[in-house]
Design a protein around this ligand. Structure first.
Ligand SMILES: Nc1ncnc2c1ncn2[C@@H]1O[C@H](COP(=O)(O)OP(=O)(O)OP(=O)(O)O)[C@@H](O)[C@H]1O
Length: 196
């Protein structure tokens, strides 16, 4: 179980997390849903250790435990799709190529991020996170820029990640086909308003 305990984060005079407490199960796929700007990304940034809270703490997860895909793909622009994977310690080129093939990018291995579409870059970021392993897979809108048919072909990769997944998505279809449970939020400040 991952636990946010009385976590507060403000940007200027705007509280985004305010004495926020939440327990997230560490099994299956947990979807987080809420309106744009309510604070979901901030929650994930605190979870993975990229945002130091003003107060409170997160228990049950350590730095390096999480493989993350953020809304912006964060690929290294001076490295090809393949090299963006082989920067992972211990990931051989052959295995990296196999990951790219799984997201239908086998022919794009030698291309630089600037030569890929937004949806292609996100697929590289997604397999980089999957190949990283970690104890928890954290995904913030991982299917942005992808059509419905492609997304459906990628769902099994998420389903079979072999680790618990925290998934932020606005898409009902993602939730319907992937989620084991959904936490609903409002905000800011972020507040849990339901669960199903
Ligand atoms: N680094 C920052 N500096 C200032 N304000 C920020 C910063 N990061 C987030 N915010 C503000 O905090 C609020 C919550 O942002 P956040 O990105 O967490 O929302 P979100 O729920 O993930 O939104 P979306 O679904 O649109 O991605 C927004 O009002 C945003 O403008």
């Amino acid at each position: 179980m991952i636990e946010f305990r009385n976590v507060s984060v403000s940007f200027g005079d705007k509280p985004v997390l305010s004495d926020f407490t939440l327990r997230l199960p560490e099994e299956g796929i947990t979807c987080l849903k809420g309106p744009s700007g309510c604070g979901k990304t901030t929650l994930l940034r605190v979870l993975v250790g990229l945002q130091e809270p003003d107060a409170g703490k997160v228990e049950g997860v350590a730095p390096g435990d999480c493989a993350v895909v953020f809304q912006e793909d964060r690929l290294l622009p001076w490295k090809t799709a393949l090299q963006n994977l082989t920067i992972l310690p211990g990931l051989e080129e052959k295995e990296a190529l196999e990951w790219l093939r799984r997201v239908e990018l086998g022919n794009e291995a030698g291309r630089y991020p600037a030569e890929l579409s937004g949806g292609m870059r996100r697929r590289v970021a997604l397999v980089r996170a999957l190949a990283y392993g970690g104890r928890l897979l954290v995904l913030d809108e991982p299917f942005l820029g992808m059509d419905e048919e492609l997304k459906k072909r990628l769902y099994p990769l998420i389903r079979n990640a072999g680790v618990p997944v925290i998934l932020v998505t606005h898409e009902e279809e993602d939730i319907r086909l992937l989620a084991d449970r959904v936490y609903h939020f409002s905000g800011p400040p972020l507040k849990q308003i339901g669960e199903d």
